[in-house]
Design a protein. Structure first.
Length: 184
C-alpha cells in the first residue's frame, strides 16, 4: 500500500515536470514570436496600412500622371525654336534672342514687336518713345545689339512699287442698285 502511494506521488511529480516543460516551451515560443513581431513590425504595419486604391482613384491617379507628363513636355517645348521662330514668344531666333526677350518682353507681349516693321531708325525712335513716355530704361551697350536684331528681322517688308493694274484683267460688274436699295 505504501509503495503504491509513493508511485503515485512520483507519477504526479513527473506530470508536473512535463507540464512545467510545456509551459517553458510555450513561453519560449511566445518570446520568439514577440521578437519576430518587433523585428518585422514596420513591414507588417506597412502592409496592413497600405493604401488600397479604388478603380476610380487609380484612373484619377493615372490622369494626374499623364497631366504631369504633358506639363513636362510643355516645359521642354517652352524654349523650343521651330523653323527659326521661338515658339513661346513668336520672336525670330537669333544668338541675341535671350537678350531681346529679357529687354523687350517685361512690359508687354512680344507680339508688339512681331506685329511691327521699321527701319533701324524707326526702331530707335520707338525705343526712345518708350524711354521717354513708358519708363523703359537706358539699354546701354545692349542698344546697338537690340537695334541690329530688330532691324534685321523686323525691317519694313519689301513693298516696292505697286504693280500697275491690268485693266483687261479686271472683272467689271454692274452695280445692281435695285438690289442694294432692297437691302436697306
Ligand atoms: C518699361 C516697359 C517697356 C519695356 C521694357 C519695353 N516696352 Fe515697348 N512698350 C511699352 C509700353 C507701355 C507700350 C505701349 C503699349 C500699348 O500701346 O499697349 C509699348 C509699345 C511698344 C511697341 C508698339 C509701339 C507702337 O507704336 O505701337 C513696340 C513695337 C514696342 N513697345 C517694342 C519694344 C521693344 C523692341 C522693346 C525692347 C527694346 C520694348 N518694347 C521694351 C513699354 C515697354
Amino acid at each position: 500500500m505504501g509503495r503504491k502511494k509513493k508511485d503515485t506521488i512520483e507519477y504526479a511529480e513527473a506530470d508536473l515536470f512535463k507540464t512545467l516543460l510545456r509551459l517553458i516551451y510555450a513561453v519560449f515560443v511566445i518570446i520568439l514570436l514577440l521578437f519576430g513581431y518587433v523585428a518585422l513590425k514596420e513591414d507588417i504595419h506597412e502592409f496592413l496600412d497600405r493604401k488600397v486604391y479604388s478603380e476610380e482613384e487609380l484612373i484619377a491617379l493615372n490622369k494626374r500622371a499623364d497631366a504631369r507628363r504633358m506639363a513636362q513636355l510643355e516645359e521642354e517645348k517652352w524654349d523650343k525654336v521651330v523653323d527659326g521662330v521661338h515658339i513661346r514668344t513668336g520672336l525670330h531666333d537669333d544668338k541675341d534672342l535671350q537678350l531681346i526677350i529679357g529687354t523687350c518682353t517685361a512690359c508687354h507681349s512680344a507680339k508688339l514687336i512681331t506685329q511691327n516693321r521699321a527701319t533701324r531708325e524707326g526702331w530707335h525712335s520707338m525705343i526712345k518713345w518708350m524711354q521717354e513716355t513708358q519708363g523703359l530704361g537706358d539699354l546701354g551697350t545692349n542698344e546697338p545689339i537690340v537695334l541690329d536684331y530688330l532691324a534685321k528681322y523686323y525691317a519694313p517688308k519689301e513693298t516696292g512699287r505697286r504693280k500697275s493694274l491690268e485693266i483687261a484683267e479686271i472683272e467689271w460688274y454692274i452695280l445692281d442698285l435695285e438690289e442694294e436699295s432692297s437691302l436697306q
